[in-house]
Write a protein that binds this ligand. Structure first.
Ligand code: PAF
Length: 286
């Protein structure tokens, strides 16, 4: 039976003997609504660590809109059963008051990496993410922490924060898990109607179209973006928020495609926002 812990003090006390035994501590930070994508993160954590913690906390500071925060799916009993079945040792489920006991005067802002992709569309979002992840890393002090590559900008920002602030522990990116039709798994998928669910594959189709163009030798990022956007626009239920080609480390726009690039997009289906990305490189650069 996985331990269920709600406070920072109890977590630290529980981890004291684990550290003493020199077990490798793996952390999978989540906001709950666990699905097979999280399952992949947990599997990797279980195979790479001696003691696995899943944190479940819907972090209010990373939501731009109060109704999005309220509507975020929550099912703690199902999440705990999910963890249990996968060999998680401990679920850390703090309240908002436990994580933010007073008005926080400190936050983490990773500049430049937030300038493009989701950054301009979600002001303050990545500051909320970086700050809560910094808090979780300080609270748990894991040896390894696992994040999905679907949230590619989040992962790049966290890697940079850990490097810049000399935070210990390794950050491990885990490849995106997809439905058979290509849709990336996301807790938000459960909010889609049957028609929206069908239409949602358009983002992956746009990414694949762009990937094919890059592989075939298209060097103009604008052309790749234009053709990807045209795929999204062909789906009446979808609205593109952005569709960009950037360099995979700095997340900055490119003048020309000469090596590996990151192609990333966000679309809206009704009130649900989905993101996805792929890396692509010209066939002759491999
Ligand atoms: O990716 C998520 O689920 C969240 O952004 C994270 C990393 C758990 C921080 O709240």
């Amino acid at each position: 039976m996985a331990d269920l812990i709600h406070t920072v003090a109890d977590l630290r006390a529980r981890l004291f003997p684990i550290r003493h035994e020199r077990k490798i501590i793996g952390l999978v930070p989540t906001m709950g609504a666990l699905h097979r994508g999280h399952g992949r993160l947990i599997e990797q954590a279980v195979s790479g660590s001696g003691f696995v913690i899943v944190s479940i906390f819907v972090n209010p500071t990373q939501f731009n809109q109060a109704d999005d925060y309220q509507a975020y799916p929550r099912d703690l009993a199902a999440d705990l059963a999910f963890c249990e079945q996968r060999g998680v040792n401990l679920a850390f489920v703090p309240s908002a008051a436990e994580m933010y006991p007073n008005e926080g005067l400190t936050s983490v802002n990773v500049s430049r990496l937030t300038d493009h992709l989701c950054g301009p569309h979600r002001p303050g979002h990545f500051e909320g993410v970086a700050t809560v992840v910094a808090k979780l890393l300080n609270i748990v002090q894991p040896d390894r922490t696992y994040f999905g590559e679907k949230d590619c900008q989040q992962l790049a920002i966290i890697r940079r924060m850990v490097e810049d602030l000399n935070m210990p522990g390794e950050i491990i990116g885990v490849p995106t898990v997809r439905e058979p039709d290509g849709l990336a798994l996301s807790s938000r998928n459960q909010r889609l109607s049957a028609e929206q669910r069908q239409a949602a594959t358009v983002l992956y189709r746009a990414l694949r179209k762009s990937e094919d163009l890059v592989r075939a030798g298209e060097t103009c990022p604008g052309e790749v973006m234009k053709q990807g956007l045209a795929v999204i626009e062909s789906e009446p239920l979808a609205r593109a928020e952005y569709f960009e080609v950037v360099d995979p480390e700095q997340l900055q726009p490119l003048d020309e495609i000469a090596g590996q690039v990151l192609i990333a997009g966000a679309i809206w289906l009704g009130t649900t926002r989905l993101i996805d990305n792929l890396r692509a490189a010209p066939a002759d650069s491999a």
